[in-house]
Design a protein around this ligand. Structure first.
Ligand SMILES: CSC[C@@H](O)[C@@H](O)C(=O)COP(=O)(O)O
Length: 343
C-alpha cells in the first residue's frame, strides 16, 4: 500500500508542516510551536492550497491559545492573534473561515484550559472532515466528467493542498480508482511551479500516468483534440459561482469555452464565500517580484525589471460547467444551486 501524503500533522504539542518550498527535491517537515511562525509559514507558502491553509490556521489557533492562556483577558488576546493570522494571505477564504470558527468555539468555553482542549479537537476534526469530504467530492466528480479522454488540470489541488486526497486532483485520483480511461495533463503553473513540483510529485507517487506541459501549451493541446475536460480547484468562490483560483485558470476557462470543452471547479463548500455576491470583490494577492524574476534560484530576467505577479484570477461563473462539492455538483444558476447545497 502507498504511504498517504499528509502535509499537516500535530505531534507533541507542535504543528508539523511538510515544507512545500523544498519539494520535490527534499521531504522535510518544519516543526512549529508558535502561532506567529505558523502564520509566517502560510505567507511563505511552506503550506499552501486553500483547504490546507484553513487546517493549518485551525492548528495555529491552538498555538495562539498556548501563548495567551496565562493572560487574564485571554479572549481578547486570542482575538488579536486571530487578526494576525487572518492577514497571512488574502485570497483563500478557508483561512478566515477556519480562524473565525475557532474563535467562536473558544469564546463559548468557560476557561482557557477548556478552550485549548476544544480548539485542538476541532482542528483534528477539521482535518479528518476535509479528507472525508475530498473523497466524497471525488466520487461526485467522477460521475460529472467524461468517461474517457484527456483531462487538464492546473496548479496543485492534491493531498498537499488539503488535509489529504485533494479536490480536483482527488477527482482524478477517484477516476483512476474507478478505472476511468483518462490521460492526465498537468500545467506546470508558473511562477511557483505547483504543477511541475507538487502535482507531478503526487501523481508519480500515486502511480497515475500523466504528462507535464508548460502553461502556454494548453491552448494547443485543446485545439489538437487532446483535452476533453478541464478540472481545477478554487481559493474563494463568490455566491454567484465566480471562482478565484491560481493565476492562469481564467485563461484556461476562456480557451475551454472557445473549444467547447467543459470546465469544472472542485472545491469544498467551505471555499464558497456566501457573503460575497460576486467575484469582482475578491482580493487578489500580489506576490513578490522575485518569484517571477527568478526560477529555481536562477535569475531569469534583468535584475530590476518591473513585474506584475498576481497569484490568482477570477473565472466568471458563466464559463464553469459545474462546481463539484462534497454534497454534489452545483450547476448554473449557481446562486440558487450553491445555496441549496449549503442547506
Ligand atoms: C485544493 S487547492 C485549490 C486552490 O487553493 C489551488 O488551486 C490554488 O490556487 C493554490 O494556490 P497557492 O498559491 O499554491 O496557495
Amino acid at each position: 500500500m502507498r504511504a498517504e501524503i499528509r502535509p499537516i500533522r500535530w505531534q507533541d504539542h507542535q504543528l508539523l508542516l511538510l515544507d512545500q518550498r523544498r519539494l520535490p527535491a527534499e521531504e522535510t517537515y518544519l516543526e512549529l510551536a508558535d502561532y506567529r511562525a505558523a502564520g509566517q509559514a502560510i505567507t511563505d507558502m511552506v503550506v499552501r492550497g486553500a483547504p490546507a491553509i484553513g487546517i493549518t490556521a485551525a492548528y495555529a489557533m491552538v498555538l495562539a491559545m498556548d501563548s495567551v492562556a496565562q493572560q487574564a483577558d485571554w479572549q481578547m488576546a486570542l482575538a488579536a492573534a486571530a487578526d494576525e493570522l487572518r492577514a497571512a494571505r488574502p485570497t483563500a477564504v478557508n483561512l478566515a473561515w477556519a480562524i473565525d470558527r475557532q474563535l467562536q468555539l473558544a469564546r463559548a468555553q468557560s476557561s482557557a484550559a477548556a478552550a485549548r482542549t476544544a480548539l485542538l479537537q476541532a482542528a483534528h476534526d477539521l482535518l479528518a472532515q476535509d479528507i472525508a469530504d475530498n473523497q466524497r467530492m471525488g466520487r461526485f466528480g467522477v460521475e460529472a466528467l467524461p468517461e474517457r479522454g484527456g483531462i487538464l488540470t492546473h496548479c496543485n489541488t492534491g493531498s498537499l493542498a488539503t488535509g489529504g486526497y485533494g479536490t480536483a486532483l482527488g477527482v482524478i485520483r477517484a477516476g483512476f480508482a474507478a478505472g476511468r480511461d483518462w490521460q492526465i495533463y498537468a500545467d506546470e503553473t508558473r511562477p511557483w511551479l505547483q504543477g511541475a513540483r507538487l502535482t507531478a510529485w503526487e501523481l508519480q507517487k500515486e502511480g497515475i500516468p500523466f504528462s507535464l506541459n508548460v502553461d502556454a501549451a494548453s491552448g494547443h493541446l485543446m485545439a489538437t483534440g487532446r483535452i476533453q475536460a478541464v478540472i481545477v480547484g478554487a481559493d474563494r468562490i463568490a455566491a454567484n459561482g465566480d471562482a478565484a483560483n491560481k493565476i492562469g485558470t481564467y485563461s484556461l476557462a476562456v480557451l475551454a469555452h472557445y473549444h467547447q470543452i467543459p470546465f469544472f471547479v472542485a472545491a469544498p463548500l467551505s471555499t464558497v464565500d456566501f457573503a460575497m455576491p460576486e467575484g469582482s470583490q475578491i482580493v487578489i494577492e500580489e506576490r513578490a517580484a522575485d518569484e517571477v524574476r527568478n526560477c529555481g534560484g536562477r535569475q531569469m530576467s534583468p535584475a530590476e525589471v518591473a513585474v506584475r505577479n498576481p497569484a490568482f484570477d477570477v473565472t466568471p461563473a458563466k464559463l464553469i460547467a459545474g462546481i463539484i462539492t462534497e454534497r454534489g455538483v452545483a450547476r448554473a444558476p449557481y446562486t440558487q444551486a450553491l445555496a441549496a447545497l449549503r442547506g
